[in-house]
Design a protein around this ligand. Structure first.
Ligand SMILES: Cc1cc2nc3c(=O)[nH]c(=O)nc-3n(C[C@H](O)[C@H](O)[C@H](O)COP(=O)(O)OP(=O)(O)OC[C@H]3O[C@@H](n4cnc5c(N)ncnc54)[C@H](O)[C@@H]3O)c2cc1C
Length: 737
């Protein structure tokens, strides 16, 4: 392999450890989260790894071993991480980062284990987001593990939205689950009859309660709602048969059937009675919106963990590949470096690693932002309530002014005195954070799991035949297959893309995006090695394309940027995700560089670590630029009709006879002309005269510039690859296979 590292280049000596990660992912000052990470890791690399190694994934049934895993979660504090201290938890305030870190640790070993941990929180999420105070306290307290001396079992819940085909999937509005009035005596609370069948419901084998989405089948109940059903309620609570999953077998999944009578107080968020009709305070759609707004980030981080977890086993495999062979004596390059002598093997591992870094940075940024927005959102709600505004259109109208103030803030220079005033306005803070979360949450779910799955295939392939065996260290083949489920559940890719196509065109988001482009240029001016300039150029190209497509039409006059035109909107959403992942990766590397020196552990070998992570950023930025360039070019030119060789379309071509005339005044033109029609009407063998780029010259200028901006990116990749070949790894993986 070519040696490109200048002599002063520092190299990373060991794999990034906890101290580095805590700074990058911003929980260096959160001792509670650090403890949670350690205990979740203990369960993952102990109980969970042993279950996988013992073949517990080979059965669809819920086994004592899998049940023991749930108990281990309880003992390790993973279950209680979702609760407030007064509900039996130990973390107060927002917990998105906490839950994400726990899921990340579990998924490092097994995705099903991580899902099992998240599913309990998901079952409580409707209650957490929209439940009444009593519902919240009751179900969260029961779902927290018992305190010492308390005689009870931990309650476990399941979230029941998906139904047997043809109902709920992507279109969550279509429900076949129904609710009717069972009994309603004068002056007493009504009783409801709930009929719901679930499909693919996680945690169902052992659930004591479920939160289920149902629509009204009775004129005395308005619309739809979520209801809470308990195992001991009157009627049928059938846990159903286990789903024959090919993935995530450590979690329980099945198709339950419910036919139950429950009091109306089980409607999540309560209800009022208006003219003899029960009106739920929240429709099932409103509950879902609040739930999915927050919960998808953990899933995205599960795939990120798997990508990063692949690095160490692949390095070990590559290095040891030829040991034991006659020709590979200790000390020889073949013995010491194995397959790592080969550039391609290293480059592909660099790609896996860079993707994992970007996915983790994007996911943890989203989780943190969710934590930050929670108190601000409460403040916003209180402020608007004071003005007599509570949700709906009135709120959207009221926030319009704050949106304009937010956009103004983003346009002000650093030293503008108005900045402080605007930045201190909680409503401005809210609309900014809201615009960002509404994009980066679906982006995390979409890019981390979708693209992440593709890259996990690369990781598996780097292990050769071993990669697709049960014996593969790091369970890589399981992780690859499991990732496909992560891309599917809590709404498959189409759901995320649909959300992105709406949120990414918001005025505030686009203003933020413009400011991020400048931010990348600023970073590039002092840290060109991060690829920030490449990224900024790619961001500019994406924005130009979006603006162009919003006005452009196809040859039949149809609008290109349109909700029904997923070929355009979804592709642009995909392109955006690449840019976002790369941006947060660069920001995390900058954070490490800025703060690493203050930490006694992270400061050791810091320069080398920052250099390596910067090279990964550069590699990833170049990959993002290539993807964006390809997608945008296809969209900008792909909807133009290609010219034909017919009379109408070849007006711009030269006739051979004309060329002879022109040659007199413009010597040499004959050699330059490309689309020449001969006197017998024949023409060059191709689709038609070359399409011109009328109106799209600016695109080509930006795309050209972007190509030149790739300068240095392969040198960075070479440098990262060299470092991968020398970085020290432990003697053996720290969990059994
Ligand atoms: C192991 C497992 C655990 C699960 N756990 C739960 C759980 O605990 N609770 C629960 O409620 N559900 C659960 N689910 C269900 C899961 O959320 C759904 O399977 C998922 O949302 C996809 O829905 P679907 O299977 O109906 O796919 P479909 O909706 O049929 O999608 C099939 C394909 O069509 C595409 N598609 C669909 N609609 C559109 C559209 N409008 N535009 C473009 N493309 C579209 C999709 O992107 C996808 O590629 C689980 C599923 C599994 C497999």
């Amino acid at each position: 392999m070519a040696t490109v590292a200048p002599s002063e280049t520092k190299t990373m000596l060991t794999l990034p450890g906890d101290a580095v990660r805590q700074i990058q992912w911003r929980f260096a000052d959160r001792f509670d989260l650090q403890m949670l990470v350690q205990s979740a890791r203990g369960v993952a690399r102990g109980t969970v790894a042993r279950l996988v190694a013992a073949g517990e994934r080979n059965t669809h049934e819920w086994t004592p071993g899998k049940a023991e895993m749930m108990e281990a979660f309880d003992r390790a504090g993973i279950t209680a991480a979702f609760m407030e201290p007064e509900e039996g938890g130990f973390i107060s305030g927002p917990k998105n980062l906490a839950l994400s870190l726990a899921a990340f640790e579990l998924a490092w070993v097994d995705g099903g284990a991580a899902t099992a941990s998240l599913a309990g929180s998901l079952s409580l999420a409707p209650i957490h987001e929209r439940g009444t105070a009593e519902q919240l306290h009751h179900y969260k307290s029961l779902s927290a593990p018992p305190q010492p001396g308390e005689e009870r079992k931990t309650w476990r819940g399941a979230f029941v939205l998906t139904e047997p085909i043809p109902y709920v999937g992507v279109d969550t509005g279509m429900l076949s689950g129904k609710v009717r009035v069972a009994e309603w005596k004068d002056g007493e609370e009504p009783w409801l009859q709930v009929d719901k069948r679930g499909r693919f419901i996680t945690n169902i084998a052992f659930a004591n309660f479920v939160t289920a989405a149902v629509g009204s089948d009775d004129e005395r109940i308005k619309g739809s709602c979520f209801v809470i059903l308990e195992e001991t309620d009157e009627g049928t609570f059938d846990h159903g048969t286990p789903t024959k999953k090919l993935v995530h077998q450590l979690s329980s999944t099945g198709d339950p059937i419910f036919n139950m009578k429950v009091p109306a107080s089980r409607i999540v968020g309560g209800y009022t009675v208006k003219d003899g009709v029960i009106v739920p305070n929240y429709s099932h759609g409103e509950v879902l919106e609040a739930v999915f707004k927050r919960t998808r980030v953990g899933v995205g981080l599960m795939t990120a963990a798997k990508l990063l977890s692949a690095v160490e086993p692949v390095i070990r495999y590559q290095r040891q590949r030829f040991r034991g062979a006659e020709g590979a004596k200790p000390g020889s390059i073949r013995y010491e470096q194995g397959i790592q002598q080969r550039e391609d093997a290293l480059h592909r591992l660099v790609d896996v690693w860079a993707t994992g870094e970007a996915a983790a940075s994007l996911g943890f940024a989203t989780a943190r932002l969710f934590d930050q927005i929670e108190p601000v959102e409460k403040q916003k709600t209180a402020m608007l309530k004071e003005r007599g505004i509570q949700g709906g259109r009135a709120e959207m109208k009221a926030l319009k002014e704050s949106e304009q103030r937010a956009i103004e803030l983003l346009s002000l220079k650093e030293d503008d005195p108005r900045r402080a005033e605007l930045a201190a306005d909680p409503l401005v803070q809210y609309v900014l954070m809201d615009a960002e979360t509404n994009v980066i949450c679906p982006a995390t779910k979409l890019w981390n799991t979708g693209h992440g799955t593709n890259i996990l295939r690369e990781a598996v392939s780097l292990m050769g035949g071993y990669g697709i065996t049960e014996d593969c260290p790091g369970f890589l083949a399981n992780k690859w297959m499991d990732a496909q489920l992560e891309a599917t559940y809590e709404g498959p890719e189409a759901v995320q893309r649909r959300q992105l196509t709406v949120t990414m065109t918001g005025e505030v988001f686009l203003a933020l995006f413009r400011s991020w482009t400048l931010e990348m240029r600023r970073i590039a001016s002092t840290r060109p090695g991060t690829g920030a300039c490449t990224l900024a150029s790619a961001m500019k190209l994406w924005l130009w394309t979006l603006e162009h497509l919003q006005l452009a039409k196809d040859p039949t006059g149809g609008k290109l940027y349109h909700g029904q035109r997923q070929g355009v909107t979804f592709a642009l959403a995909d392109a955006l995700c690449w840019l976002l992942a790369s941006r947060y990766q660069i920001l995390d590397t900058m954070e490490l560089e800025a703060r690493g020196g203050d930490d006694p552990v992270a400061s050791e070998g810091l320069e080398g670590t920052v250099q390596f992570l910067s090279d990964l950023c550069h590699t990833q930025a170049a990959a993002a630029a290539g993807e964006v360039s390809r997608i945008c070019a296809e969209l900008v030119f792909g909807y133009n009709q290609h010219p034909n060789w017919d009379e109408e379309e070849h007006k711009s071509c030269f006739l051979a006879s004309e060329l002879e005339e022109y040659e007199v005044t413009m010597p040499g033109i004959g050699a330059m002309a490309v689309d020449v029609i001969a006197s017998d009407g024949s023409h060059p063998q191709k689709a038609g005269p070359c399409a011109d780029c009328a109106g799209n010259n600016e695109f080509l200028r930006l795309q050209n510039r972007l190509s030149a901006c790739l300068s240095g990116s392969r040198l960075a990749k070479d440098r990262a690859a060299e470092n991968v070949a020398t970085v020290m790894i432990p003697e053996a993986l720290d969990y059994p296979v």
